[in-house]
Design a protein around this ligand. Structure first.
Ligand code: GDP
Length: 465
């Protein structure tokens, strides 16, 4: 990424809209402003102006806003042109600016480059920068709320507080290492073991919340498996229910599977409706079935759907045997509306008893995709399996990368505690583990981050952000 050149992009979504925004960022935009406008732009003032082409003909008329660095999103000079939101008119404004800015090196921005500059200029840290993309991508209100909390720095603040406490402990240890005669007393004198234990407890709490935040961001991959005609598609539609308006069908390469995203309490669930599993000689169908097994391998949860009237026949037993042992499997019996009333009640009782026991997935849930009976219990069970704790809604969103770093920091603190519990002279090892734990936490906020990782994070942003 060439950080010295001015960059430009259309910041609003492609397509037609009431207003469209073209944004430019650069270290010094004064000469370019002089080329684009006849009047000087006062920083942070809305100027209503014609956006003229080279010959003085108006391309559009709109608002020009100039933010002088460092008081801008990127920390550089930023110009925003707010005009009419049509693709052709916005493209013309963009092309005209590019031409006018050619001699200053103005070029198209890469995805996420505005936010990357904001990060490089310390307008936000890495976790906040990621939250920008997460807020834009948030698929539920709960996810948007949490992304905004991360963006405002709530997650980073917790990470920084823990980092500071580790630094204080490190300073004490390292000062002691310089005076070896005091080394033996160090752990006692400064109550280092208790201080470390406190840090470990708080890190564990933060990790638990980050796990919630990750579920909210990533969601859960649920695969519906079972024989043909047990009601997989009906169940998918029933679960989608009111959510149908924001269901996003992802066209499969063949008709073999449909992925739909639904939300339960704001948690996204990616539900894969698969080809029914049965023995077949039909080539096309067997390809579909092979893909079903591939989806099953990737699932976080498998719903093994069966017909309540024909529980666990030979084929279902064969399916059960083939399901991966590491993935939780929910056995769900559909079409209970076709059972005699007494049997329906018995199933409802066993369903209620199974709720609340996160570990137990070997339970029989009775449902009817047709009448909706039992669906609330099924939703609740899915959230339980995801590890979702409704009373502990994460105040922020988290990524796999964050959780990994928190877990790594936890491992180093455990090792440090191990050294501290031995009474031999291992203070330097204790100090080293604290240092490594501190590095892990700093990676979350981006204080020590490789260029490769930064490239990977920002390239997943949309253009213009
Ligand atoms: P799939 O092949 O597993 O996707 O099954 P479908 O969803 O296509 O359902 C097969 C048939 O069972 C359809 O005729 C559905 O209307 C019917 N069906 C699905 N769920 C229920 C249910 O809960 N009760 C009743 N009575 N019929 C159902």
């Amino acid at each position: 990424m060439r950080a010295h050149e001015p960059i430009i992009a259309i910041a609003t979504a492609p397509g037609r809209g009431g207003i469209g925004v073209v944004r430019i960022s650069g270290a010094d935009l004064a000469p370019l402003l002089g080329r684009l406008f006849n009047v000087p732009l006062k920083p942070r003032h809305a100027h209503y102006l014609p956006f003229n082409d080279r010959d003085g003909n108006a391309i559009d008329a709109g608002i020009a806003l100039f933010f002088q660095g460092p008081h801008s999103y990127t920390g550089e000079d930023v110009l925003e042109l707010q005009g009419h939101g049509g693709p052709a008119v916005l493209r013309r404004v963009l092309e005209h600016c590019l031409e006018a800015g050619k001699e200053y090196g103005l070029r198209h921005a890469e995805p996420g480059e505005f936010t990357h500059r904001a990060f490089l200029n310390e307008r936000l840290d890495l976790a906040q920068a990621e939250a920008v993309a997460d807020l834009i991508d948030a698929s539920s209100e709960a996810a948007a709320r949490s992304a905004m909390a991360s963006l405002s720095g709530a997650f980073s603040a917790h990470v920084n507080t823990l980092s500071d406490r580790i630094i204080r402990l490190r300073m004490l240890v390292e000062a002691t290492l310089d005076f070896p005669e005091e080394e033996i007393d160090f752990l006692e004198k400064y109550q280092a073991r208790a201080a470390l234990q406190d840090i470990q407890n708080d890190l564990a709490a933060l990790t638990a919340q980050a796990k919630q935040g990750m579920i909210l961001r990533e969601g859960l991959h649920v695969v519906l498996a079972g024989q043909p005609n047990v009601g997989k598609s009906s169940l998918l539609n029933a679960l989608a229910g009111d959510d149908i308006a924001i269901v996003t069908p992802i066209a499969g390469t063949t008709r073999d599977k449909v992925i739909q995203q639904i939300h339960i309490e704001g948690v996204p669930l990616h539900i894969v409706d698969t080809a029914g599993l049965r023995e077949t000689d039909d080539t096309v169908e067997s390809i579909g079935i092979a893909r079903t097994w591939a989806e099953i391998e990737k699932a976080n949860v498998i719903i093994h759907l069966q017909d309540a009237r024909a529980q666990s026949d030979e084929l279902d037993t064969a399916i059960t045997r083939r399901l991966p042992a590491r993935t939780p499997v929910l056995k769900v019996f559909n079409k209970i509306d076709l059972l005699p009333a007494a049997e329906q009640e018995k199933l409802a009782d066993s369903t209620a008893a199974s709720l609340g026991s996160t570990q137990s997935t070997e339970v029989a849930l009775g449902i009817s995709a047709k009448t909706g009976a039992g669906l609330d219990s099924l939703r609740q069970k899915l959230l339980e399996i995801a590890g979702w704790n409704p009373s502990n809604e994460s105040p922020w969103l988290a990524r796999e990368r964050h959780l990994q770093a928190l877990n790594d920091a936890g491992t180093h603190l455990d090792l440090a505690a191990g050294h501290a519990s031995q009474n031999d002279r291992v203070l330097d090892l204790f100090a080293e583990e604290l240092r490594l734990a501190h590095d892990d936490l700093c990676a979350i906020t981006g204080q020590f981050t490789s260029d490769d990782l930064l490239g990977e994070i920002f390239s997943s942003f949309c253009i213009g952000k």
